[in-house]
Design a protein around this ligand. Structure first.
Ligand SMILES: *Cc1c(COP(=O)(O)O)cnc(C)c1O
Length: 228
């Protein structure tokens, strides 16, 4: 199947259940993303700043770019002018830098707090109590140029279905708790980004509002030469 065929299959399936598709074009050339764009996709995810900046310059301006990989504070400035959603906020320091760069660009940048739900210690993400500490702090209240619109999580790689289900469920429970405690009246706090090619259906069952799908749409990744 072509990229367009794959894209439409997922788009139709996800539209039917009201879940947003983030097409993860990382490691694939801009032309591949353009194929998906021409089939109707407007939301794209990248995990490296340089790769996103290069593609953003080549591709149509109405694309919504989501950063889904670990973001170094010194690179926020490169994406601050155009980024639609930073899904991978994994420290307060990073959030403060995003706020600063957003202010410089006279905009508000939407963010998700990335929560550590996986077993692996290598995965980035905030612990549950770290996320709550940020939201509770006075310093956070004073950040006027970032808006937290939800949470993101990555389940343990190759875990059993039962384990993956537990991890997604933990993220959903944390989301519900944070919603009640901090964003009860804020309609914008509504996103739970969880689910990738291998586990998106399970993620949706557990309450995902946004899935990040790469390899099932774009196939085998073709470029490996990007610098971080
Ligand atoms: C690569 C990546 C995805 C997409 O993974 P696939 O298995 O290719 O669908 C989703 N989320 C994050 C954070 C990623 O880095």
């Amino acid at each position: 199947m072509s990229i367009a065929d794959n894209l439409l299959k997922y788009k139709n399936e996800l539209d039917a259940v009201g879940v947003k598709l983030v097409a993860v074009s990382k490691n694939n050339p801009a032309e591949s993303a353009l194929e998906a764009y021409n089939a109707g996709q407007r939301v794209f995810g990248e995990n490296l700043v340089q790769e996103m900046v290069d593609k953003q310059a080549q591709l149509p301006a109405d694309i919504e770019w989501h950063l889904i990989g670990h973001l170094q504070t010194n690179k926020v400035k490169y994406i601050a002018p155009f980024i639609k959603l930073i899904e991978s906020v994994d420290s307060f320091k990073l959030l403060k830098e995003i706020d600063k760069q957003a202010a410089k660009n006279q905009r508000v940048i939407d963010c998700l707090l990335q929560i550590c739900i996986a077993d692996e210690e290598t995965k980035y993400g905030l612990e549950f109590d770290e996320a709550i500490e940020i939201l509770r702090s006075e310093e956070f209240e004073n950040l006027k140029n970032v808006r937290i619109v939800g949470l993101m999580g990555i389940a343990t790689n190759n875990a059993s279905e039962a384990q993956t289900k537990i991890e997604f469920n933990e993220l959903k429970i944390l989301f519900d708790g944070i919603k009640l405690s901090f964003f009860r009246k804020d309609d914008f706090f509504k996103e739970i980004s969880m689910g990738m090619s291998s586990d998106y259906q399970l993620a949706i069952t557990e309450g995902s509002t946004m899935v990040r799908i790469g390899s099932s749409i774009f196939g085998k990744r073709t470029i490996k030469h990007w610098k971080a």
